[in-house]
Design a binder for this molecule. Structure first.
Ligand code: UD1
Ligand code: MG
Length: 451
């Protein structure tokens, strides 16, 4: 039987040490906010509920919580009086009852769903409270875990710890699981008689012991529980997350020629035999099909790359790009809201925005879809097998028929029929012998410069 759960994520903190106007939990790691990472790890079965505690005036944090987990209920902690006080802001959710109460922090983005599941296990096996612990390289600032055998007897906050306690390196990661039947009783008993005058969630451990119940610790790696307070810690978390994503991609069969130079997003999906060359950045919402190659210095976000398609080097696929199988996007090409069907080629120095390009079409170097008139965006449609000559401007809205040719350098403002040739430029004139006469005239009184 699966146990029912309520996860409460605390996100009412201030990001003062970030020196930023952005609420701390809205900073991104791998293109996703800290909060969204934590919420993605929270249980999401039919037996699971989710609550997020935000500070007053933090509508943006509440919006982000709803965006990443529409099933989340939002609670507001009106005054920042400590972690136990923050949990009780979601009192109503706790009162509704769940077998397991999980508490996590919104600024600890590397926590995994597997660890949260592991944390719950002892609750079904006699423990009433479980804390996630880790061995800190530098324990300063963390709550220290005081053990008696394998029982956890207390958590001592840095400010309240004596010298011997400060020497302990086993620390509180801040994630806790409590038996739902006793959670509210215990939380209500927590007082604020400590060095900081805060309601410490960590006091729940001692109170569970006083009830004659058992608290335990499960350990995890420090990398998984890095809390983020500064931009430097944000960059460390990014490095840990990217290392994880690269390792997962390679395990899934992706060839990363220089893994450390490739940036991925947690939702990137790969087919078989994908190759990613050095220095590629992949933002959120990207899928890459079987056998596709992403050449160096390309940037992709919210884009689909079909099987055996080729991208770059130096390509930028912006949101809404969809490349069919075998399509080619070459250097210095930017695409946005563009469907580019199978086998079409856009090889050089081109902008394709708000467009549909039929299969097998060839778009010459320097082609621009003029999609914006300063007010609205307009669509360009290019039929199957069409050939757009280099340096053409396609002024949208406009349609180029299947199999049509556009002469190089044309500014196309009217629709072109299937299989037609459209030319929009002056007829070429030629003056026989002109260049020679010109040179002769210029050099009559002068000897030309060498080289
Ligand atoms: C907390 C733990 C400490 C642990 C450490 C791990 C307590 C008392 N201490 O300390 O044992 O080692 O995290 O990083 O729990 N928050 C609110 N409202 C509040 C106070 C905090 O929402 O009134 C939220 C913050 O946004 C943050 C989290 O709770 O996400 C932790 O608060 P913080 O002040 O950072 O606690 P620490 O001192 O780091
Ligand atoms: Mg903290």
């Amino acid at each position: 039987m699966t146990r029912t759960s309520l996860t409460i994520v605390l996100a009412a903190g201030e990001g003062t040490r970030m020196r930023s106007s952005l609420p701390k939990v809205l900073n991104p790691v791998a293109g996703r906010t800290l909060l969204a990472h934590v919420l993605a790890a929270a249980p999401r079965g039919t037996a699971d509920r989710l609550a997020v505690v935000v500070g007053p005036d933090h509508q943006a944090v509440a919006d982000e919580a709803k965006r990443s987990r529409p099933d989340a209920d939002i609670y507001i902690q009106t005054q920042r009086l400590g972690t136990a006080h923050a949990v009780l802001a979601a009192r109503e959710a706790i009162e509704r009852g769940a077998e397991d109460l999980l508490i996590a922090f919104g600024d600890t983005p590397l926590i995994s769903a597997e660890t949260l599941a592991r944390l719950r296990e002892p609750l079904g096996q006699g423990a009433s409270l479980v804390v996630l612990g880790f061995r800190a390289a530098n324990p300063t600032g963390y709550g220290r875990l005081l053990l008696d055998g394998d029982r956890l007897v207390a958590i001592r906050e840095q400010a309240d710890a004596n010298g011997a306690e400060r020497a302990i390196t086993l620390c509180n990661a801040g994630v806790m699981a409590i038996d739902g039947r006793i959670a509210l009783d215990v939380l209500d008993k927590i007082g604020n008689a400590n060095a900081k005058g805060e309601y410490y969630l960590t006091d729940a451990v001692g109170l569970v012991g006083e009830l004659g119940l058992v608290a335990r610790v499960i350990e995890t790696d420090e990398d998984e529980v890095r809390g983020i307070n500064t931009k430097a810690q944000l960059a460390e978390a990014e490095a840990v997350m990217q290392a994880r994503l690269r390792a997962a991609a390679m395990t899934a069969g992706v060839t990363l020629i220089s893994p450390d130079t490739v940036y991925l997003a947690p939702d990137t999906t790969f087919g078989r035999d994908v190759v990613i060359e050095p220095f590629v950045v992949i933002g959120p919402g990207v899928s890459i099909g079987d056998g596709a190659v992403i050449h160096s210095f390309s940037h992709l976000a919210e884009a689909r790359v079909g099987a055996k398609a080729q991208v770059g080097p130096y390509a930028r696929l912006r949101p809404g790009t969809s490349l069919g199988d075998g399509a080619k996007i070459g250097n210095f090409v930017e695409t946005k809201a563009a469907q580019i069907d199978a086998g079409a080629k856009v090889n050089h120095l081109t902008y394709i925005g708000d467009a549909h390009i039929g299969s097998g079409a060839n778009i010459g170097a320097g082609t621009i879809t003029c999609n914006y008139d300063g007010f609205g965006k307009h669509k360009t449609e290019i039929g199957e097998g069409a050939f757009v000559g280099s340096n053409s401007s396609l002024v949208a809205p406009v349609k180029i028929g299947a199999g049509a040719y556009i002469g190089s350098g044309s500014v196309i403002t009217k629709d072109v029929a299937d299989d037609a040739l459209a030319l929009e430029r002056n007829a070429q004139t030629s003056k026989e012998g002109w260049a020679k006469r010109f040179r002769d005239m210029k050099t009559r009184h002068k000897t030309p410069k060498p080289g």
